[in-house]
Design a protein around this ligand. Structure first.
Ligand code: ADP
Ligand code: MG
Length: 259
């Protein structure tokens, strides 16, 4: 059975999209069947996989609002271990408001994923930087949440709000929702600040923090403009190594041997 993981943090620029693309790719490179779903109207995940969002006729917008079959939106990237993508487009910006009066508005993504869940080992959902209905759809559909936290000033700011939202969803909508883990991103070993943030986050989340820490790495910032995961753009970079390690850790935590 496929495991659905929402990559969420309502702060922008913490590494959600970078983590979705590169963790997704690294899981697929380990032989897992992977689907990555773009729930952000900015569609950075879509373009980061090299897909031009101006030419698409079915995206997360059509799935959520028009209840189109998710299979119509699926794009398979053969050159990337056959990873599947559900793309987004700027149209999705309207969905946050359009969903409000709709029936089963929190369950639309969950319902659409039902048919295809078993076709994958991992389904990663890239969330937008807000706690509105798009993120709520992701948290409702998910088995677990993976939270990226940037090693910067105010790293812990907003986390209480995020945890409150996760707990509300757990209590009212999705009782089995769990924290998959917390990944520290953009770590700079030369600053005391980065080291302090790691300590603070470990105190806050106890055993949930991954041993793998994603370093600040210029190549990670460049890869999206070439439409490639880091492991294809620069396989020997620190960024590529880190996301490959993270994928191994996640496979291990989920109780499976690594091929
Ligand atoms: P979010 O999806 O949370 O808004 P992104 O993944 O888009 O965050 O990251 C924000 C910006 O930082 C992007 O330009 C991305 O390329 C860059 N970035 C992300 N992770 C790293 C990293 N580890 N090192 C350097 N740049 C990074
Ligand atoms: Mg993003």
């Amino acid at each position: 059975m496929g495991k659905i993981i929402a990559i969420a943090n309502q702060k922008g620029g913490v590494g959600k999209t970078t983590t979705t693309i590169n963790l997704g790719y690294s899981l697929s490179a380990s032989g897992k069947k992977v689907l990555c779903v773009d729930m952000d109207p900015q569609s950075n995940m879509t373009s980061g996989f090299g897909i031009d969002d101006s030419s698409l006729n079915c995206t997360t917008y059509n799935i959520l609002i028009e209840e189109r079959n998710i299979k119509e939106a699926l794009i398979t990237l053969n050159e990337m271990n056959g990873i599947s993508i559900v793309p987004s487009s700027i149209q999705l910006a309207g969905a946050e408001i359009e969903l409000v009066p709709m029936l089963s508005r929190e369950f639309r993504l969950k319902n659409s994923l039902k048919d295809i869940k078993d076709d994958y080992d991992f389904i990663l959902i890239d969330c937008p930087p807000s706690l509105g209905l798009l993120t709520i759809n992701a948290l409702t559909a998910a088995d677990s949440v993976l939270v990226p936290i940037q090693c910067e000033y105010y790293a812990l700011e907003g986390l209480t709000q995020l945890m409150n939202t996760i707990n509300l969803i757990k209590k009212n909508i999705n009782h089995s929702l769990e924290i998959e883990g917390v990944v520290l991103t953009m770590f700079n070993a030369r600053t005391n600040l980065s080291i302090q943030v790691v300590d603070e986050v470990k105190k806050y989340f106890k055993g949930k923090v991954y041993g793998t820490i994603i370093p600040r790495n210029i190549r990670l910032g460049e890869a999206p403009s070439f439409g490639k995961p880091i492991s294809l753009y620069d396989p020997h970079s620190k960024g590529a190594e880190a996301y490959e390690e993270l994928a191994k850790e996640i496979i291990e935590r989920n109780g499976e041997a690594i091929e």
